[in-house]
Design a protein around this ligand. Structure first.
Ligand SMILES: C[S@@+](CC[C@H](N)C(=O)[O-])C[C@H]1O[C@@H](n2cnc3c(N)ncnc32)[C@H](O)[C@@H]1O
Length: 753
């Protein structure tokens, strides 16, 4: 799942932010007396714009880290506009949510996205104030808030802001309304000199024409507003045909898929009927309703066999339907696509294998097998509901830190961006809301209501996405992910230091989010772009709960900390660690460090010393392996196996690998004398593939059949860890074989061994 940072620096940030919040709270209710004039605000805004541009071009200070702070949770406005009283800037109070009120303002400068959308706005009395709209990419009239845009903020919240003193802050999508200039709420002084200032006599056709003008300029949201007005003016059947078709098209362009489908479905017969049909098929495809999409594309192809692009679309829809039904994926192509696309969003369908969601005894819902599965079997291949990436060209120092004093957590990476884009998606396509709102939220209350001032029209799920609710769900259910597990695998195998040199993407995979944690997990996740692949990490009987790792089992052997998710792991290892004296745990940490230091040197003496230390470390685990695994032995044993392997001391290398595998739960039989058999698969540790490859090499001369079997196991480990097996040869090259099979020759280079 996501990475949480616990270090002195983030603790310092948390404490500082706490103090700021307390100081702000003390001022609550004081009347607002602006310190800056309108001109000073505009000047400051232009300075921000300049700095923001420099930062996005990577010219900011090399030590800069974007830090964002979560503010105390507050609910969105649930009152209808007609029940709210209008206030002006001069009426505002510091650190106050003006419940029961609204403010009407207009932007006096083109807004800029500076993490949040920032603008300077004024009221009718020309009093200016900064406005910060968190997450307001959505509905920012086609990606931006133009100068002159009229905005209505419900229950405005005046609070202190970074780099300025006070400003209006909007955290909930439903708390802000974009008011078209023809709306009667707009004061006449703000309408003067605009073509729309006199629209009272307009007929449906006038609204249609104006809508088309906006559509052609790429102002899709504005276009929909004009078409909607046209539809209110008793249009003829022909006008209705065009109004609905073009409005559907505009909604499609801005990803308002429910609205697009509704309009395109309602288009009366006319010249655009085929195009409407096509738009519907495309919308259904984007809603992942592949069966219906196929049917419509097929209908279109039948009507117009010469339409090649409809034929192509039909083929793609059929391919998605096949993936959805049967789970047949071309993983090679997926890897290739993920490596060439940024962000790595792959156009594939989700396949849900032999698994189902059921209630567990004490851990809420869980995912269970519906039939017995074998190690490596594909259980689930899920397309991310939403996915956020750090840009590959951005240096790591500029990645975002998000400080949350409520949960006392600091997170790195894209969680904030993920929350924003999910809120946007839910507002645009409310029929998808349940995928998120049904996820685990640790019992927090969900803000749920019917329509309020026509804000997102939701037919089936009355839901106003509350930023904080979504943020909490995301923090409990999102997964951090590499762009591809293969890339991570290559990185780990090359850099045994364990330095995490990877990008930190994150996403939400709702079905996979049903899987609970166990350090003794029986399933493993891997990623290709935004597709998550879950495979069985061992043979699993039917009706068994699947578990994965939320955090890698700690090599430190400290009890694992899952307080963020509100549980304590009760696996045998965690229970054993809790029962082990701190003195012993500390000894283990020390011994492991000493082993690593000894193995940095390549002398025989240092290897013997490492052997002695490993022996001592083993003795700190008094309980038999069948009862408690010895995860702390994995790294030392695989390290020493690697050291022996590179010296061609194959008996020693083999012995160390076999011990390492046993320490993490593998039950092996045979090897040199007898055929090698894995009786039971253990944990899918980092470097598991390399361990199997070492074993494979040590068996080549002494037991060729067992070596072949070890190769199969190496491939199986790769399949579990990387998600697919097709790229194994390309990843490891043939060097390994060549080194050990003198009869065959090859020039191909491997990169690991
Ligand atoms: C991503 S959700 C997993 C699905 C969740 N059980 C549900 O009902 O939706 C994470 C939450 O599941 C629960 N959970 C996961 N693993 C657990 C474990 N090993 N023991 C107890 N609770 C666990 C915790 O409440 C945690 O916050």
């Amino acid at each position: 799942m996501d990475r949480f940072i616990r270090d002195p620096e983030s603790e310092k940030l948390l404490s500082e932010h706490n103090r700021t919040l307390e100081a702000a709270e003390a001022l609550g209710g004081t009347p607002f007396k602006p310190n800056m004039t309108r001109d000073e605000l505009l000047k400051q805004f232009k300075y921000w714009q300049k700095t923001n541009k420099e930062q996005s071009r990577g010219q900011g200070s090399a030590s800069a880290v974007n830090v964002s702070f979560a503010i105390p949770i507050y609910p969105p406005c649930l009152a209808a506009l007609k029940g709210l009283k209008k206030v002006m800037v001069k009426d505002l109070l510091l650190e106050t949510h003006h419940r029961g009120s609204y403010i009407l303002v207009r932007s006096i400068i083109q807004a800029e996205n500076m993490g949040a959308v920032m603008a300077i706005v004024e009221d009718e009395q020309k009093d200016a104030i900064p406005l910060r709209m968190l997450n307001e990419k959505l509905r920012c009239q086609d990606g931006c808030v133009d100068k002159g845009q009229v905005l209505l903020v419900k229950e405005p919240y005046l609070t202190s802001m970074p780099d300025t003193e006070y400003g209006l802050r909007v955290d909930h999508v439903s708390d802000i309304m974009f008011i078209p200039l023809f709306d009667e709420m707009v004061p006449s002084v703000w309408r003067e000199r605009l073509p729309e200032h006199e629209t009272s006599q307009w007929m449906a056709r006038d609204w249609l024409n104006m809508g088309n003008e906006y559509l052609n300029r790429g102002k899709f949201y504005s276009a929909t507003e004009y078409y909607s007005k046209g539809l209110e003016c008793s249009p003829t059947e022909e006008e209705k045909h065009y109004l609905l078709y073009y409005r559907g098209l505009a909604f499609f362009q801005v990803d308002e898929l429910d609205a697009a489908l509704r309009d395109l479905d309602a288009v009366p017969a006319g010249p655009k009927s085929d195009k409407a049909l096509r738009g519907k098929a495309q919308t259904l495809y984007r809603l992942k309703r592949f069966r219906e999409s196929c049917d419509l594309f097929a209908k279109l192809c039948k009507k117009k066999p010469e339409d090649l692009s409809a034929g192509n679309d039909l083929r793609e829809a059929i391919a998605r339907l096949a993936e959805q039904k049967k789970g047949g994926y071309n993983f090679n192509k997926m890897q290739e696509k993920a490596s060439k696309t940024h962000p790595p969003l792959l156009d594939h369908a989700t396949w849900i294998g032999p698994v189902t969601v059921r209630q567990t005894k004490s851990q809420g819902r869980g995912l269970f097998t519906t039939e017995a599965v074998k190690v490596g079997d594909l259980l689930l291949c899920e397309k991310a509901f939403e996915y956020a990436t750090e840009h590959h060209s951005r240096p790591r120092w500029s990645s975002t830190l998000h400080v949350n004093t409520e949960t006392r957590t600091t997170t790195r990476g894209g969680q904030l961006a993920l929350t924003s884009s999910i809120i946007e998606k839910l507002c645009k396509t409310p029929s998808l809301a349940a995928a998120i709102t049904d996820l685990h939220s640790n019992g927090s209350r969900q803000v749920s209501t019917g329509l309020v001032d026509d804000k997102p029209v939701v037919d089936t799920v009355p839901f106003l996405p509350c930023r904080f609710q979504v943020a909490r769900i995301i923090s409990l259910n999102s997964f951090g992910s590499p762009t591809s597990s293969r890339g991570d695998h290559i990185h780990d195998a090359r850099d045994a230091s364990g330095n995490p040199g990877r990008l930190h993407n994150c996403g939400i995979w709702p079905y996979a989010s049903m899987i609970n944690h166990s350090c003794m997990s029986n399933a493993h996740r891997a990623f290709i772009g935004d597709m998550m692949i879950i495979r069985a990490a061992t043979d699993i009987p039917a009706n068994t709960e699947l578990t994965i790792w939320y955090l890698l089992p700690a090599p430190e052997n400290q009890p694992m900390d899952f307080s963020h998710w509100g549980f304590e792991c009760s696996c045998t290892t965690c229970v054993d660690i809790k029962a082990t004296e701190t003195r012993i745990l500390e000894t283990r940490v020390r011994q492991r460090a000493q082993i690593a230091i000894a193995l940095e040197k390549s002398s025989e003496y240092s290897r013997s010393r490492a052997e002695v230390l490993i022996d001592r470390l083993t003795k700190t685990y008094p309980r038999p392996l069948e009862q408690v695994l010895r995860l702390g032995l994995w790294e030392p044993l695989t390290l020493i196996a690697g050291a022996y392997d590179s010296l061609m001391q194959q008996n020693e290398a083999r012995e160390a690998v076999v011990q390492a595998l046993a320490a993490v739960g593998f039950v092996l039989e045979g090897g040199v004398e007898e055929p090698l058999v894995v009786k039971k698969w253990g944990l899918a540790m980092d470097n598991l593939v390399v361990a199997w490859i070492i074993l494979w090499g040590t068996l080549l001369e002494v037991a060729p059949e067992s070596a072949k079997q070890a190769e199969r196991y190496a491939r199986m480990a790769y399949l579990i860890c990387v998600g697919e097996e097709e790229s194994f040869d390309a990843t490891y090259g043939m060097n390994f074989r060549v080194a050990r099979e003198p009869a065959e020759e090859s020039q191909e280079e491997g990169w690991v061994v």
